[in-house]
Design a protein around this ligand. Sequence first.
Ligand SMILES: Nc1nc2c(c(=O)[nH]1)N[C@H]1C(S)=C(S)[C@@H](COP(=O)(O)O)O[C@H]1N2
Ligand SMILES: [Mo]
Length: 422
Amino acid sequence: MKKIGRREWMQKGVTSALGLSLGSTTLAKADITGQGEPEILQKQAWQTQLGKPVATFGYGQPAVQEANLQRRESPGLTRVSAASVAFTPLQGLFGTITPNGLHFERHHQGWVDVDPQKHRLMLNGLVKTPQIFSMSDLMRLPSVSRTHFIECGANTGLEWGNVAVPTVQYTHGMLSCCEYTGVLLSTLLDICGADLKKGRYVLAEGGDGSGMTRTIEMARALDDVIVAWGMNGEMLRPENGYPLRLVVPGVQGVSWVKWLRRLEVGDMPWASKDEAVHYIDLMPDGLHRQYTSIQECKSVITTPSGGQRLVHKGFNNVSGLAWSGRGKIKRVDVSFDGGNYWKTARLETPILSKSLTRFNIDWVWDGGSAILQSRAIDETGYVQPNIRELRAIRGTRSIYHNNAIQSWQVDPDGEVSNVQVG
Ligand SMILES: Nc1nc2c(c(=O)[nH]1)N[C@H]1C(S)=C(S)[C@@H](COP(=O)(O)O)O[C@H]1N2
Ligand SMILES: [Mo]
């Protein structure tokens, strides 16, 4: 890989700032043919007749031309009974909010239809008054609405083993970000009179057939955990836990228990299967790392990304997502030469804690080979590692918690593919 010096890049930067390559290619087309643009000059069929009446039939749908933008199951993963994953199409999304019909899905035993009229949440254990709440009991309590990302601990898992999955949908698509509405768990613990001296943990239990249970430390439970029914302004979708799920900001998806039916206050971690046996990391010394919860700082370029093709030489906006389970994103650097030279990207606002942050950066593609990477830094100062640095500490036998820098190779024909550098 050729090393590109700082001076050469600064010269390219000047071209980009003047907007020359962008302006001239677009305008030249009409000038050269001298015939004008038919899409502008001629009246289109839909301009000569009445439009359709209001779209009041059923639930509003995207344009038919966008039908390809869907959650998909990875062709490389086998489906074990009803234990399945459908990935969010990150390559086709803008900004930071995941539309509800594109939120990723991860079910350990399929998703279930729960009747909200019959649904109950029990809070028991080390509390003064154990309680059973109906949905209407919960929904009259003081509520909060907060935007957070959710990422499965297994996201980007195949990259540990050097398997270059083709698209960002499959490398990073167990990631979504929504505005969730619900009651703070601290409010419910307060109502039930949780024993905060002896009660050091809270167990969350789901209502599906997977026996999903996870332990949450009391400090976190009292901080920002939400018992949520709302997602992006409407009720949760059935596949995402309707009518009730736990939102555990910054923590891996498995703790965001869906179809939430019970919370128990206890004095010890439960060591349930989903924390003692699953979602653990086999370290190089043969020991298992258990009870990891926080998703460390991570980022990925979504445009352009694997499987896409650049069609315009010259100016191209490069865009991606950054997030950290420890707070806000402070900075994102982007490299176009496989990590030799880094340039700081623009962060779109607002920058929210434990939420996705969108970054953008100008790029003038010279039509040659390039390797695109992004590296995020969070407000604690933590710097996203590359895969070599991560493997040096964590070995190669993990499945979970891979937050390494992602590399996309651009070929001279514009094809973008997944490569591992370092
Ligand atoms: N009850 C229950 N809760 C669950 C699961 C499940 O299978 N059952 N899957 C967990 C896992 S592993 C993840 S990553 C997230 C996925 O949430 P989503 O399907 O809304 O994206 O839900 C978690 N909560
Ligand atoms: Mo997960």
